[in-house]
Design a protein around this ligand. Sequence first.
Ligand SMILES: [Zn+2]
Length: 255
Amino acid sequence: MPKKTKLRQLELPLEFRASEFVSHAHIAFDGRLIGYTIKRSRRRGSITLTIDERGLRVGVPWHATHGAIESELRKHETWIVRKLAQWEERRAPPRRWQDGEALMLLGEPLRLTLAPGLQATVSDGERLLVGMGALSRSDDIARTVIAWLREQALACFRARIAHYVPQLLVRPPETRLSEARTRWGSCHPAGRVHLNWRLIQMPLRLVDYVVVHELSHLREMNHSPRFWRTVASIIPDYAARRKEIRTEGHRYLLA
Ligand SMILES: [Zn+2]
């Protein structure tokens, strides 16, 4: 059983379910160590590779050997290295909450500008003037800016909902902001719509897609063809917008 022992050392178990086993391993490409997630599944028949903002994930059949996984990875080395680099490029730099930093509001850049002496937080269209000095703690600045973004978000989302409600012939829902890191919106059967405040950083056409998606759930509480027809009746190019949120949305999850 030497193989099994070797496997255990290479794979750091992260999660175990009866039909799935998730672990972590590394491979060296050209002297560079690349970490990846292995998902073993009893249902899977072949090895599949996925690369996105979470990195490289490999889906493998339950009994696949580590050798088989590594040789599959080597076969696709060029593709893996290129894809990972593309995602790396797309990743927005971490927020530092400093004077001069670029923020986003409805897809337009807004320069964070510290303005000691100013009482409120205001935007002149190009800058977001924050009444704090350069010596302020970055988490105080963050809190102030996020509070301002949330205010803009709620006002914008309410206006967009008011705009689309008559078109969809639904009852105006109660609107709340959400904090979720993994979803942009949700709809509750009681007639409540939750929208992620971080959406306010995206262009309005993407905000509108999420708004119309959630409002459409007030008519169809599922993702049936009828639901998508409802969305398409308001936003004919919804598929392109949905894809854009999938590929670009992670940029806006930082704050
Ligand atoms: Zn949905």
